[in-house]
Ligand binder design. Sequence first.
Ligand SMILES: NC(=O)c1ccc[n+]([C@@H]2O[C@H](COP(=O)([O-])OP(=O)(O)OC[C@H]3O[C@@H](n4cnc5c(N)ncnc54)[C@H](O)[C@@H]3O)[C@@H](O)[C@H]2O)c1
Length: 249
Amino acid sequence: MSKDIQGTTVVVTGGASGIGLAIADAFLQHGAHRLILLDLNAQQADQAAATLNAKHGNKATFILCDVTKDLDNVTKVIIDTYKTVDVLVNSAGIVNERNPRKVIEINLTAVIEWSLKYLEIMRTDRGGKGGTIINISSIYGFMVDPYLPTYKASKFGVIGFTKSKGHEYNFKKTGVRLLAICPGVTKTNLLADYKNFEEKENQEDFVATFDSFPWAEVTRVGQTVVEVFGKADSGTAWVIQGDEPVFDA
Ligand SMILES: NC(=O)c1ccc[n+]([C@@H]2O[C@H](COP(=O)([O-])OP(=O)(O)OC[C@H]3O[C@@H](n4cnc5c(N)ncnc54)[C@H](O)[C@@H]3O)[C@@H](O)[C@H]2O)c1
């Protein structure tokens, strides 16, 4: 399957920085017509949209959005303004082992709710045009070590949901692909404070483990998501780690 990005309208949650922004940049570079960044960090998002517009022409907009609260009102604005969405990228995410409820709400519940809402809009058996939903999981969505257990629970959940809802059985009815992306450690704001992620008793071993992983440049992740978009079947999960070749996990 080779999917064309040319002319598409793309919505990216958590699009103000890091992986979401790199994916937005890569989609514009490959011909997306309209890029809608959603984020709760207004300052960073404004700057991100301005950078994308300077680079690619005036194709990016920013809408202030908390993914745990604003699904219905923001989606209404998007559909009223742009009529259709071809690609939804769920990239908003946090690490916070001290606040498990918040991690699950942002990293998992919101991903499920946004996927279900856009699936309804896109599905060809209910009058939509079809489309693709890309959910950002992690290598911590399938791999196990002793660290970041709540973050892992959220990312395992994203893979379970995406593979099940995106199963070929469902895809044949809806015409909407669901793909999971599993980045390895990637240089973004999310990891700026990684040395303090774990409880004190685990901290040293955790930092040594993280330091031993191959780190990826965020632009590589953005470009590779475009590559995956062009070829992936619905219900698949793709690992992007360091500069190793991407593979279907
Ligand atoms: N950086 C990594 O090593 C890595 C690895 C695997 C997966 N991921 C995942 O990639 C995704 C993007 O993370 P990143 O590394 O680019 O981090 P990042 O902090 O640069 O980007 C995350 C963005 O999400 C936004 N956000 C957070 N909560 C939000 C909310 N409630 N509503 C709207 N926006 C919200 C933030 O403001 C930020 O702009 C996350 O889901 C993260 O778990 C990151």
